[in-house]
Design a protein around this ligand. Structure first.
Ligand SMILES: NC(=O)c1ccc[n+]([C@@H]2O[C@H](COP(=O)([O-])OP(=O)(O)OC[C@H]3O[C@@H](n4cnc5c(N)ncnc54)[C@H](OP(=O)(O)O)[C@@H]3O)[C@@H](O)[C@H]2O)c1
Length: 282
């Protein structure tokens, strides 16, 4: 056996945004445990120092706020300088804004789009040239049960996830001929610091009976209602390992049960109003 065949080549190189906590951190951890290499992007990488110590050269910590296009581009360059390629882009960073649509201020609405949508676009523009040159790669887009459904109090959060879903539908078809796969990750309620990191809009009594009641109900959910982040990460890795990954991957029963009625209601509206739809054509 020669030296080259003795060498255990890394299986994949991941670039993961929002890797400090929750799903992103679990994904980084599991990829590293699998023997892969990881470029972990985070606003503050200090909480990942222990992980870096445990995994040495296979983990690159890169400070980057996804809202900063220049920082994201630098992070991609550093990733290439260290690992030479990128196989999986986990566009995972994001946060929630809860409150009635009318209650969210302009600043709050723009801020959540800045991270959840324009941050995703920054990462896409920085990584796609690499994946296109490779003619390979898999992009994981952080969506949610709220990427296909919404209830009172999550309108702005859902708006960002619907935006990611819409652009990903087009993106998937644009990059498939170039050898690049796209999967929308749609977790349901997951036990991460997500709820603790929420921005909350409030102020109008008229929404107490809807928005505040829903928020209270979410706050009172038992721990068993939340999927473990490690299981969400395992589900994501199963899609990455699959030869034909899905465009949409619901993760957790709460995701499937949350989305199904919304999806059925869309078809019901489409079918139920076809007489009006078709009448428009004269
Ligand atoms: N937990 C759920 O129930 C759930 C359900 C459906 C979808 N999701 C989605 O899953 C993704 C991960 O969320 P999570 O549940 O793991 O929540 P989390 O534990 O709060 O993690 C969010 C991550 O995003 C990072 N982040 C936020 N804003 C950023 C910015 N501007 N630049 C760079 N990083 C930023 C955070 O980093 P910092 O440490 O710097 O804040 C953190 O690492 C999100 O897109 C979320 O919408 C979550």
């Amino acid at each position: 056996m020669n030296e080259a065949s003795n060498h255990q080549a890394p299986l994949r190189t991941w670039l993961i945004t929002g890797s400090t906590s929750g799903i992103g951190r679990e994904l980084a951890l599991q990829a590293l445990e699998n023997g892969d290499t990881v470029s972990a992007l985070a606003r503050d990488t200090s909480s990942l120092a222990e992980l870096a110590q445990a995994h040495g050269e296979r983990l690159l910590l890169v400070p980057a706020d996804v809202r900063d296009e220049g920082a994201v581009r630098d992070a991609v360059e550093r990733t290439l300088a260290r690992f030479g390629r990128i196989d999986v882009v986990a566009n995972n960073a994001g946060y929630g804004l809860f409150g009635a649509v009318e209650e969210a201020s302009d600043a709050q609405a723009r801020a959540v789009f800045d991270t959840n949508v324009f941050g995703v676009l920054n990462v896409l523009r920085a990584t796609l040239p690499v994946l296109r040159a490779q003619r390979s790669g898999h992009i994981l887009q952080a969506s949610s049960v709220y990427g296909q459904s919404a209830h009172p109090g999550v309108g702005l959060l859902a708006a960002t996830k619907y935006a990611v879903e819409g652009l990903s539908d087009a993106l998937a078809a644009e990059v498939a001929p170039l050898g690049i796969k796209v999967t929308l990750i749609q977790p349901g309620m997951t036990a991460t610091p997500f709820l603790a990191n929420l921005d909350v809009a409030a102020g109008l009594d008229d929404y107490d009976g809807t928005v505040r009641e829903v928020h209270k109900a979410i706050g009172e959910l038992p721990a068993s209602a939340f999927s473990a982040a490690a299981r969400i990460a395992a589900g994501i890795r199963a899609a990455v390992d699959a030869p034909n990954p899905p465009l949409r991957l619901a993760l957790g029963t709460s995701s499937a049960t949350g989305m199904r009625p919304a999806l059925e209601a869309r078809i019901a509206d489409l079918d139920g109003w076809l007489h009006v739809t078709d009448a428009v054509d004269g």
